[in-house]
Design a binder for this molecule. Structure first.
Ligand SMILES: [Zn+2]
Length: 253
């Protein structure tokens, strides 16, 4: 059994630079409802499921490669020992690992949305927009029935929460670096559907890093701040490594 030594928390904001469409289920019995609704909370507010973020980041890291040289192209890794398997879990029954990464569901900053996206117009608070997409029949070259997509408009912000658990024998630097790489790859790719039509361009802002060590859990549950960063480009990774080891009270390998 591997011994747990603490957690790194990476939190911040996700800003939509373009409209976002993460598909939800069409509400049953709704007449004239959209064919392509976005996923929403029970209160009807759009959110970003942690599984969507995690799945996309994993996929981009797998595509980038360099983790497990002998894996089958196009299949999620199941080796049980590379950074992808350690962070996201192995796609294999025999090489099971503890998934170290948790990405929470990201909820909309409603106050910011009303103020900055709706410009304080309270008359009709709606958190999504409708966009008509013409689908071109590739063979005939003619336009088919237009499709109406629901999306969360550009400018919306979501609260982002993630954490990585560390165990005694982990290469802490390497796991942290891989996750940050994944976040950076996601910014230059897209989240959700219709990315090639320009949807789903996101940016991570106002990042904050915290540590909880074993003592935190036993004593006062303190989340120890280590650093902040305005975006993914200004992260001081060396400082983060140093602070993680320092605050976890373990020696750097
Ligand atoms: Zn692997």
């Amino acid at each position: 059994m591997e011994k747990f030594i603490g957690k790194l928390f990476i939190e911040g904001e996700i800003t939509l630079l373009t409209g976002l469409h993460i598909g939800g289920s069409k509400e049953t019995g709704e007449i004239g409802g959209l064919d392509n609704p976005v996923i929403k909370t029970i209160r009807g507010i759009p959110y970003i499921p942690g599984s969507s973020l995690k799945g996309k980041i994993r996929c981009l890291l797998e595509r980038k490669g360099g983790f497990q040289p002998e894996r089958n192209e196009g299949e999620p890794c199941g080796c049980g020992s590379c950074n992808i398997c350690l962070l996201f879990g192995a796609h294999s029954n025999k090489n099971r690992t503890i998934s170290r990464l948790i990405v929470r569901d990201s909820y909309l900053d409603e106050e910011q949305f009303i103020k900055e996206v709706l410009k304080n117009s309270f008359e009709d608070i709606t958190y999504t927009e409708e966009k008509t997409e013409n689908i071109i029949d590739r063979i005939k070259g003619t336009a088919q029935h237009p499709r109406i997509m629901e999306r969360v408009p550009a400018g919306a912000k979501f609260k982002f929460f993630s954490s990585i658990s560390f165990y005694e024998r982990d290469d802490i630097n390497s796991l942290t670096k891989s996750f940050i790489e994944g976040l950076r790859l996601l910014e230059d790719d897209y989240l959700g559907g219709s990315g090639t039509r320009g949807y789903g361009h996101i940016k991570f802002n106002n990042l904050a890093f915290y540590i909880k060590n074993i003592e935190s859990y036993i004593k006062n549950n303190e989340k120890i701040p280590i650093t902040t960063s305005k975006d993914l480009s200004s992260i001081n990774i060396e400082e983060i490594y140093k602070e993680i080891y320092n605050k976890l009270q373990v020696n750097q390998k």
